[in-house]
Ligand binder design. Structure first.
Ligand code: FES
Length: 131
């Protein structure tokens, strides 16, 4: 898998005990399985206990090798699966994962909590000087 979608399983709808992350994982996995090979072959959907966006439940992150990472909040399994799937297609096609809020589908234009550039780690050669 080249890409991952990580969904918080600890987020609660405000004022309730409901944790929508598990339902979101299930619905998004089904949608991806039906979406065709562009998305099906490239994405793994998994859960994590918390991504520090607790005031904006439910949080969802997109990550990819050498790609920008996104964290979205306020995601609802009842209304936002289509936007998540559209963004998966878009994200898969972007070489560095970078796009503006205007490029993102639907609710993801206004619910982005973070967009973190890909880490490009330079490995410096250490020169051993002969004395
Ligand atoms: S509980 Fe979901 S981000 Fe913290």
């Amino acid at each position: 898998m080249e890409h991952k979608i990580t969904i918080c399983t600890s987020c609660r709808h405000k004022g309730t005990e409901c944790r929508p992350g598990y339902e979101l994982i299930e619905r998004l996995r089904k949608a991806i399985a039906l979406a065709g090979e562009t998305v099906t072959d490239g994405f793994e959907v998994s859960g994590v206990a918390c991504m520090a966006g607790c005031d904006r439940p439910c949080t969802v992150a997109y990550h990819g090798t050498r790609k920008a990472t996104y964290l979205f909040g306020d995601i609802d399994p009842d209304t936002d699966i289509d936007d998540l799937l559209s963004f998966a297609r878009q994200y898969a096609a972007l070489e560095d994962g970078w796009c503006t809020s205007l490029d993102r589908p639907g609710k993801l234009r206004t619910s982005t909590l973070a967009r973190v550039p890909a880490a490009i780690l330079a490995i410096e050669e250490t020169k051993v000087r002969a004395s």
